[in-house]
Design a protein around this ligand. Structure first.
Ligand code: MTE
Length: 870
């Protein structure tokens, strides 16, 4: 036996062919030969490891990960969630090259240098007699190594079809969220056995090294499954004979065959044996099929749905898809072959074999059996060493890989048909359903896969249901646009005189378009309105004019101008009320034509410049700053400090204006966008301080503040701005929607975190000793500890007693409190707000406060032009 089997572990892993690898740890004598060439087993397709960092990745936390440009990005640039084009995936054959293997990353890829691989440490802990901590070097040296083929499938595979019916909370996978590789490593049971689980131990939780907004990624599987050799669960460090690539868990991951990919934790750091399923946020909030009636809204307001372990997904469901005919493939009816061979894939869950694949050309009235090839079975005959692990599947019957099917159709029959549908059945006779089971996370979509056929002259043209991500195309999109109801049991096709009724009702959305307007707008027309006098903007492919609303827009004209010529769907939807949405038909101009949709969805290339930018904020595009620190200043309030792009950079936010912060929901990737006013000094360089109060209720504000709270140090956050209609220019001069106004006195009314914009203006006035403007701040809170920035306010008053005054009032004041008690009301306002032409009232607080103050001021004779709501 070798002295140190891992002496060169990292270099051994870096893509060398298995023949060159030094032998691994103790093996049984009779199997100790590496002779894969002699046996007819499927070996990986040719691979070429990407060496280049793609430009799009260079500005992301994944700037250390080389990637294949063919992969289709499903969630924008970052995090990296991708699938290969279906034909490219299928053409590779049974095994997938690591560069085309789908990727599902919830966050940034942990960076692990090659030289660090052997020392990668992980633990086995929890309800065990002998907790273990071991390195990858020890894992390879001290345990038996095995190799076997495993197909991983994301539970979201084919989700785009669900999103076409009704938007789920998940992003749009096409049918290529599935890939197969030979994984080498150690049976998970070996480690658990060594750690000796205690009584009551029932689950094995896993945790990765990727720190995400809600903690480290983690999940669990059942302990008795881990211990069952038929379930094949393993810890793996090689994929197709080479070290795992960064996106796939380098240097160590779990490979959980037959179950959804979400259980195969990457960058594995911990195995924790427990009595209960994982309480990791991602285990609870992801990878579930909630009952179909749980709408996106209910899933937020009724948390009980997430806590029910019955809805967690483990085994994959039976599924299949057509690879050929490919989407938009054409077959010539004259002069070509008489038979067209349709091909595709199928897989089952929990190790169950796909025993039957059937195709129909008449919408399921009659079916034909396809031929199925099970390449996985060829490994069962080969007992040998492969990539340093023992390949021995002879004793195991479970099927953990996809299979390929094919069936020839006379072209004349295809010409007479409207579609091809395929369904698979597993060995428990679970058959794919005709109809979709829509669910809020859009998981486990597996209805019959349907490819439509249309005759165009001498050609047959085929259309798949969808195209991945935001890519246009597919019969579902076409049918929906033509007004078809995709859930009518006939894929949206209408029967004469039939009453249309949605089986899965779309969310009752406020209509934002003119009902009968059918006007297509080109990208050139839109770009002509990329200006501040007649700005047009786009929401959900519909074009609106902002011109008539520039003056009255509560968010200020600038935010409309900043959106001119752009798709502003995320921002608009995130910050506007139903009332605002209901106003939109008035401004609706038409729909983007298809070329314009594509043009607008492509990232705008910015003029490349290596010059450091002097100011950070850009009004028309998001810029990233990195979270540097979080400082708790009260029980529920934190100051988040971000570092800007370079040390000399200023923020670029005029006094009184706001910026937008955008985070992405970790599960559905939907944007959470809120306006904030930072508390850092306007001229401070290189950093940005934002004060955020945590709202613990489940409302929208809470969603953002909780996401911010959970944000790990080092994560990038998107900022955009400035926005707002008010700017304080100094010396009593204000600008309101571009019109200058001189004031002698500010009355500033605020509550809770509404202090932040007020604070900016107050500080600007107080700091400038030559500014004759006076300020009275009325600040309402519940408890003493709720008063934000109190010390800073007090400090600003020093030496400014003649110009400034800050009055605090508390609704739950302690006995020792000498200030005012109760809410800010009309009475208090009257006492401190003597009406005069050159007084401006600035108000910022909860909606109830703003409403009551507005009412009180109006009653006292203040005009709307004298009151400004932030
Ligand atoms: N493990 C960690 N640590 N972090 C993750 O984001 N994603 C999971 C799983 N393991 C994930 C993870 C999901 S949802 C899937 S589908 C698979 O990894 C995808 O594995 P792949 O990216 O290697 O294809």
């Amino acid at each position: 036996m070798m002295e140190d089997p891992t002496h060169d572990l990292h270099s051994e892993f870096m893509g060398k062919k298995h023949e060159e690898l030094p032998p691994s740890p103790p093996q049984t004598e009779e199997n100790d030969s590496e002779s894969s060439e002699e046996v007819d087993i499927p070996l990986p397709p040719p691979t070429s490891m990407p060496m280049e960092i793609l430009d799009v990745d260079k500005k992301t936390p994944d700037a250390h990960v080389p990637r294949d440009p063919r992969l289709i990005r499903l969630t924008g640039v970052h995090p990296f969630n991708v699938e290969a084009p279906l034909s490219a995936l299928f053409n590779e054959g049974f095994l997938t090259s690591p560069e085309l293997f789908y990727v599902r990353n919830h966050g940034a890829v942990p960076e692990v240098k090659d030289e660090e691989i052997p020392d990668w440490e992980f633990s086995v802990e929890g309800l065990v007699e002998r907790p273990l901590t071991l390195t990858l070097r020890q894992l390879v040296a001290e345990y038996e190594q095995i190799t076997c083929p495993v197909t991983l499938v994301c539970a979201g595979n084919r989700r785009k079809e669900q999103n076409q019916v009704k938007k789920s909370k998940g992003f749009s996978w096409g049918p290529a969220g599935v890939s197969t590789a030979l994984f080498t490593g150690v049976a998970m049971s070996e480690l658990i056995k060594k750690a000796r689980p205690r009584k009551k131990a029932k689950y094995v939780c896993m945790e990765g090294a990727d720190e995400l907004p809600k903690g480290f990624y983690g999940t669990s599987v059942k302990l008795n499954w881990v211990m069952d050799p038929n379930k094949g669960m393993m810890l793996s460090y090689k994929m197709n004979g080479e070290m795992l690539r960064p996106d796939h868990g380098k240097p160590l991951r779990a490979a959980i065959p037959g179950q959804i990919g979400g259980r195969s934790v990457k960058w594995l750091k911990k195995l924790i044996v427990t009595a209960a399923p994982s309480d990791n946020w991602y285990h609870i909030n992801d990878n579930r099929v909630l009952p179909t009636m749980v709408s996106p809204e209910k899933s937020v307001t009724e948390p009980k749905w997430w806590m029910d372990e019955r809805f967690a997904i483990y085994d994959l469901s039976t599924n299949s898809a057509v690879a050929y005919p490919a989407h938009e493939e054409q077959v010539c009816l004259v002069g070509g072959p008489d038979v067209y061979r349709a091909k595709g894939y199928a897989y089952g869950g929990g190790g169950r074999r796909s025993k039957r694949v059937e195709l129909s050309l008449d919408k399921g009235r009659t079916w034909r059996l396809a031929d199925i090839d099970y390449p996985e079975d060829r490994y069962r005959d080969a007992e040998q060493m492969l990539y340093g692990g023992r390949l021995d599947m002879s004793w195991r019957e479970s099927c953990f890989c996809w299979c390929q099917w094919a069936l020839g159709f006379p072209v004349t029959e295809l010409a007479d048909a409207k579609d091809i549908v395929v369904r698979a059945m597993d060995e428990s006779m679970n058959v794919q359903p005709r109809d979709m089971y829509w669910n809020v996370l859009g998981m486990m979509n597996n209805p019959w896969y349907r490819v439509t056929i249309s005759k165009e002259g001498e050609y047959l043209r085929f259309e798949h249901p969808t195209q991945p991500a935001m890519m246009p195309g597919g019969w579902m999109e076409r049918v929906k646009k033509a007004g078809g109801n995709l859930t009518n049991g006939q894929w949206g096709e209408k029967r004469a005189g039939e009453e249309e009724k949605l089986a899965v009702e779309g969310a009752k959305e406020v209509p934002m378009t003119k009902p009968d307007l059918k006007h297509e707008i080109t990208i050139d027309e839109l770009r002509k309105h990329d200006n501040d006098t007649d700005p047009w903007f786009v929401i959900n492919d519909e074009v609106y004019s902002g011109t008539a609303f520039l003056k009255d827009h509560p968010g200020g004209a600038q935010s409309i101008i900043s959106a001119a010529g752009l798709d502003t769907t995320d921002e608009f939807m995130a910050i506007h009320s139903e009332t605002a949405k209901a106003m939109m038909p008035t401004y609706h101009l038409g729909t983007l034509d298809s070329a314009a949709k594509i043009a607008l969805s492509e990232p705008q290339s910015e003029t490349a410049s290596n010059e450091p930018r002097p100011t950070f904020l850009k009004p028309r595009s998001w810029t990233k700053a990195v979270l540097f620190s979080k400082k708790k200043i009260s029980a529920d309030t934190l100051i988040f400090t971000f570092t800007l792009e370079h040390e000399a950079q200023t923020l670029g936010l005029p006094v009184g204006q706001h910026l937008m912060i955008r985070l992405r929901d970790p599960i559905d990737r939907e944007a959470i966008i809120r306006p904030y006013t930072p508390i850092s000094e306007m001229h401070s360089q290189g950093r940005l301080d934002v004060l955020i109060k945590l709202y613990l209720s489940g409302d929208m504000q809470g969603k953002m503040s909780k996401a911010m709270h959970a944000l790990p140090i080092g994560h990038g956050v998107d900022f955009k701005g400035p926005i707002g209609k008010f700017t304080y220019l100094g010396n009593g001069l204000c600008s309101i929607n571009g019109t200058e106004k001189r004031v002698k006195r500010f009355v500033m009314i605020c509550g809770g975190s509404g202090i932040t914009p007020i604070f900016q203006v107050f500080r600007a006035v107080m700091r400038d000793k030559s500014d004759p403007t006076t300020c009275t701040v009325l600040n309402g809170n519940r408890l003493v500890e709720d008063i934000l920035c109190k010390e800073d306010l007090d400090a600003l008053l020093l030496g400014n007693e003649d110009r400034g005054e800050v009055i605090h009032t508390l609704t739950k004041a302690p006995e020792s409190w000498t200030g005012l008690r109760g809410r800010i009301n009309g009475e208090l306002v009257k006492r401190h707000c003597v009406r005069s032409a050159q007084t401006l009232v600035l108000v910022c607080g909860p909606e109830a406060l703003e409403k009551s103050i507005h009412g009180a001021l109006k009653e006292q004779g203040w005009g709307d032009e004298q009151i400004l709501f932030f």
